[in-house]
Design a protein around this ligand. Structure first.
Ligand code: AP5
Length: 191
């Protein structure tokens, strides 16, 4: 199974990505987590990414693409991509790589959550966990960057017949049930 989660900040990409990976026994490749790990280890990539992430801006494509493709190559049984691609240039790099390596997405899931609920979730996480980019101005900036750079990818993948829209509001387990039903419809598992 190769699946892409496409959704704004706070929609539940990380929450559902972990569950999809567990269900299918595949890797959960979350670019935000990978970048935060680079930042906490103080690597060259982390130093370049830190300020951009704190401001809710995207990290340059050339840094992210290399990091993600390294992880994808190491996951031959499949993966769930969370937070990549994030703009058209990254989507085109992923498409070129997939074509060359005969790996395409089985599904692209768009997690649908109203904006006021996204902000509520992220402010709640700020209060509970204090993630560096969860203050309200930065949340607003992340949502603006999402609308400008990432939202157009829904049409990009819909044009390839790959997108399922999932109602990602309500109980987390109910969202997971909808997600897994959509994936099963796309790529039924043999028993
Ligand atoms: P990233 O870490 O990807 O952040 P994001 O897209 O802003 O997403 P979040 O992690 O905030 O939300 P999520 O959709 O994963 O939801 P989650 O499950 O966590 O990226 C961070 C930064 O890294 C970017 O701003 C950028 O700078 C950089 N970056 C990353 N990828 C990049 C790329 N490809 N190119 C360039 N730069 C890149 O849930 C959120 C909260 O809601 C949690 O507290 C959760 O418990 C809760 N929640 C989840 N589901 C529910 C539910 N059903 N009901 C109630 N609460 C829920």
């Amino acid at each position: 199974m190769r699946v892409l989660l496409l959704a704004p900040p706070g929609a539940g990409k990380g929450t559902q990505g972990v569950r999809i990976a567990e269900h299918y026994g595949i890797d959960h490749i979350a670019t935000g987590d990978l970048l935060r790990d680079e930042v906490s280890r103080g690597t060259e990539l982390g130093r370049r990414a830190d300020d951009l992430m704190r401001r809710g801006e995207l990290v340059p494509d050339e840094l992210v693409v290399v990091m993600v493709l390294r992880r994808v190559r190491a996951a031959p049984d499949g993966w769930v991509l969370d937070g990549f691609p994030r703009n058209l240039a990254q989507a085109e790099r992923a498409f070129e790589w997939g074509t060359t390596h005969e790996q395409t997405f089985d599904a692209v899931l768009f997690l649908d959550v109203p904006e006021d609920e996204l902000v509520r979730r992220l402010l709640q996480r700020a209060a509970e966990q204090g993630r560096a980019d969860d203050d309200e101005p930065t949340i607003r900036r992340r949502l603006t960057v999402y609308e400008r750079d990432t939202a157009p990818l829904v049409a990009y993948y819909a044009g390839r017949g790959l997108v399922d829209h999932i109602d990602a509001t309500g109980d987390v387990d109910d969202v997971t049930a909808r997600v897994l039903a959509a994936l099963e419809a796309r790529a039924p598992r043999s028993t």
